[in-house]
Ligand binder design. Structure first.
Ligand code: SF4
Length: 788
């Protein structure tokens, strides 16, 4: 008998690949790439193809729990030196002594039999959450509570969480772990374009003659896009690829040029490029004059002496000139950027320095051209669409715009509306630490591992009077501090939508039963909202109803002043939602016949059939070379219309400055990031033996010269220390790592390794515009580990 097949979307990175999941009669699950999905056309990377290996119930949180006494924080547990959990790497280190005194066994398998300690009914748990939040708000005001949510949530989950906090509680204290991933791109887009708009589409990566990958290890972090580019380059060897990254990553394997820029040298490099372009025939004077403001000021700020560019970037004059020449001489240029750009104290300036160069040459919004922010998480983009950031409202409306606030409040028929931006992630946990936040709900994320200054975050959460965590896993570094644990449905167990880096909305579909008593996040949030007295506004029966409301709000009194609009889906029925095919936004003007039109279901119509109601709308639709005339791509800004009130883009003057953090005590630069086969804190990918065999343990990449100077041998244990914490990992000596620096992956946690949380080393330094933490330029010391 044929296995039942379900089309869904991968839950890992922002590429947003289509997946076909098959469930056999015996319950066995297999996955393969969806050949019809426009993000991947059947491809999957190692993580996507191992999805079926990560859906067992080991370690799952299956029932609501109320825990009276959260565990001590890592600092208290650790005391002096390393006395906490140990790492499995100690047993693998030849000749090394045991690192720590105790070993935490793996979490017991939880299969839903029996009643665990603290297990309560849903009613008991939800009543307590609603009562505690209501009492805290009544006593201390709406800003005394906060939601910390996740780019793993589906858009429908995000929508109701944002609606509850901003429209019914009346605070904007909802922020997301996507703040750690793409907030600088959002801020840069808004400064330059007047909207948070990614202008281009994935096809641009295949149509470009020059691709610049800056701060992006695409081969490991967005592997299917890497595959698409590698395959395009194979067909068109003349295509040039430049990688700008301090490390010689695997992405460099397809690069024609690797610029090993110094940490945070990107602004200087792109400022120098702008100054170079200003003297070249590539400058598009007409575009600058007719469609932009601020060029002269940006150019004045960009003019940096050659010596300063060399010193700030650490690059040779020859390499810099070669890069500038290839950019100048190539019309079809796409500049992709990701966490190496965003996760910086100058992240927003970096984004604008890149966009400035595309505006100066008019290379934006046309096939094969434009700046392209790659989102890290599967639904970072969907969270932006529904206002899941502390400084945004739903549907890309602005919290500081009174017209937008009134519009959203009226649409929701809400008793209040947040009047000012809320606390961004780092500030939110500072407010938890100093007692301003007294009730915190963490949804689908693990901030005790992923936040900078992670030990302080753990202390803050532990000391918070009331902490709720909804998660799929029972024992994470964060769930141990919860007073209430709410079991959430995971991938394959729930329905909803996600939006990928090219603004394409795709369905995630349920093909597995909810395990235990797990519920979808949107339902949990609505259950709490109803108990807080907001029943009418949260009476959703299914995610299709939420999506329809979200779509209607996006179109509500839309005068063409915003980029995000999916109003054409406002009347979508649950039946049409069930069969919804991937489509790109905006989608403002499809007819509502209670049925998804074929052209809409295909993600576009034949031959650009879409017409837009606002003539100055900054859009263009072009047929896709991949889509065989069916799918087509929507790009923004080719016609030179932007979303600032005067319809012009803004050049932003940004300064080329050094961000020197190292000092005598902490002389090395720590860079953090992902590896190919793990996702975030490994709660899912850590279950796959295949994925874990790629790189089985935490490590520190160290340059051979540094290792020799420090007396560190390959595969021995090293201790990395900053003023905020320390980690213990194994040395991986490689010339891919530049001298004076060390790279440690973000994935391992105290669940897997003693003091393995690398973000415990990172100070809570943020970009002043975006609030995004600087996770890639941290001063540390590196030394061989000596057992005490
Ligand atoms: Fe999933 Fe990203 Fe891999 Fe695609 S590239 S299969 S979305 S992890």
């Amino acid at each position: 008998m044929m296995a039942a097949e379900t089309k869904t979307t991968c839950p890992y990175c922002g590429v947003g690949c289509g997946v076909i999941a098959s469930v056999a009669d015996d319950g066995g699950v297999s996955v393969r790439g969806d050949p019809d999905h426009p993000a991947n056309f059947g491809r999957l990377c190692s993580k996507g193809s191992a999805l079926a290996e990560t859906i067992d119930l080991d370690g799952r949180l299956l029932f609501p729990e109320i825990r009276p006494s959260p565990l001590p924080s890592p600092r208290k547990e650790r005391g002096e030196g390393y006395s906490g959990v140990t790492t499995h790497i100690s047993s693998l280190a030849p000749g090394s002594k045991e690192v720590a005194a105790t070993f935490r066994p793996p979490s017991p398998r939880v299969r839903g039999e029996g009643k665990g300690e603290g297990q309560v009914s849903w009613d008991e748990a939800l009543d307590l959450v609603a009562r505690k939040f209501s009492e805290t708000i009544a006593e201390h005001g709406p800003d005394s509570v906060a939601f910390y949510v996740s780019g793993q949530l589906l858009t429908e989950d995000y929508y109701v969480a944002n609606k509850l906090m901003k429209g019914f509680i009346g605070s904007a204290n909802i922020d997301t772990n996507s703040r750690l991933c793409m907030a600088s791109s959002v801020a840069g887009h808004r400064r330059a374009f007047g909207s948070d708009t990614v202008p281009g589409v994935y096809e641009d990566l295949e149509e470009a003659d020059l691709i610049i990958l800056t701060g992006s290890n695409l081969a490991w972090c967005h592997p299917v896009l890497y595959q698409r580019i590698a395959s395009a380059k194979e067909k068109r060897p003349a295509m040039k690829i430049v990688v700008i990254d301090p490390r010689r990553t695997m992405t460099c394997d397809i690069a024609d040029m690797h610029l090993a820029v110094r940490p945070d040298g990107d602004v200087a490099l792109f400022n120098g490029l702008l100054a170079h372009l200003a003297k070249s025939p590539a400058l598009d004077d007409d575009f600058i004059r007719e469609h932009t403001n601020g060029f002269a000021e940006a150019l004045a700020a960009a003019r940096t002496s050659e010596a300063d560019i060399i010193s700030l970037t650490g690059l040779s004059q020859g390499d810099i000139e070669a890069f500038y020449r290839v950019f100048e001489g190539t019309q079809r240029v796409v500049t992709c950027y990701s966490q190496g750009v965003n996760q910086s104290s100058s992240g927003t300036d970096k984004v604008n320095a890149i966009i400035n160069c595309h505006l100066a040459t008019g290379r934006i919004g046309r096939p094969g051209m434009g700046p392209f922010s790659l989102t890290g998480q599967p639904n970072a983009m969907g969270g932006r669409e529904v206002g899941g950031l502390a400084n945004m409202l739903a549907a890309h409306m602005e919290i500081e715009n009174p017209t937008h606030r009134e519009r959203v409040q009226r649409f929701w028929n809400a008793p209040v509306i947040a009047a000012k931006p809320g606390l961004k992630a780092v500030d939110m946990f500072k407010a938890v630490a100093d007692g301003r936040i007294k009730a915190l709900w963490i949804m689908g994320t693990n901030p005790v591992v992923s936040m900078p200054d992670a030990d302080s975050v753990a202390d803050a959460i532990r000391n918070c009077p009331f902490v709720v965590v909804s998660d799929i896993m029972r024992e994470t570094d964060t769930t141990q501090y919860a007073h209430v644990l709410l079991p959430a449905a995971g991938w394959g167990e729930k329905d909803g939508t996600v939006t990928n880096s090219e603004r394409r909305i795709s369905r995630q579909r349920q093909f597995l039963a909810h395990p235990g008593e797990a519920r979808a996040d949107w339902r949990i949030i609505c259950d709490v909202a109803r108990r807080m007295g907001f029943g009418a506004a949260f009476a959703f029966e299914n995610p299709a109803e939420i999506f329809a409301e979200h779509a209607a709000l996006s179109a509500f009194e839309n005068g063409g002043d915003r980029d995000f609009d999916i109003g054409g889906y406002a009347g979508i029925s649950p039946t049409d939602y069930d069969v919804l095919k991937p489509f790109q936004w905006p989608a403002p003007s499809f007819p509502l016949a209670g049925k998804v039109p074929a052209e809409r279901a295909d993600g576009g119509g034949d031959d650009c059939a879409l017409s837009f109601t606002t003539p100055t709308r900054p859009l263009a639709r072009t047929p896709s070379p991949q889509g065989g005339g069916k799918a087509s791509a929507i790009r923004f800004f080719a016609n030179g219309n932007f979303y600032h009130p005067d319809r012009k883009a803004r050049f932003i003057a940004v300064e080329s400055m050094a961000t020197e953090r190292v000092n005598l005590a902490y002389p090395s630069v720590l860079n953090t990031g992902r590896i190919r086969d793990q996702w975030h804190t490994m709660t899912r990918t850590g279950k796959s033996a295949r994925l874990s065999s790629h790189l089985a343990e935490p490590f520190a990449e160290i340059n051979p010269d540094d290792a020799a100077a420090l007396g560190i041998a390959d595969a021995t244990l090293v201790q990395i220390t900053s003023p905020h914490g320390k980690v213990l990992v194994r040395a991986l000596i490689t010339s891919r790592q530049p001298r004076g620096s060390v790279f440690v992956p973000i994935h391992w946690t105290d669940q897997y390794a003693s003091n393995g949380r690398v973000d415990a080393l990172v100070p809570p330094v943020t970009d002043p515009v975006s609030g995004q933490p600087a996770l890639k330029n941290v001063a540390v010391s590196v030394e061989p580990y000596k057992a005490e």
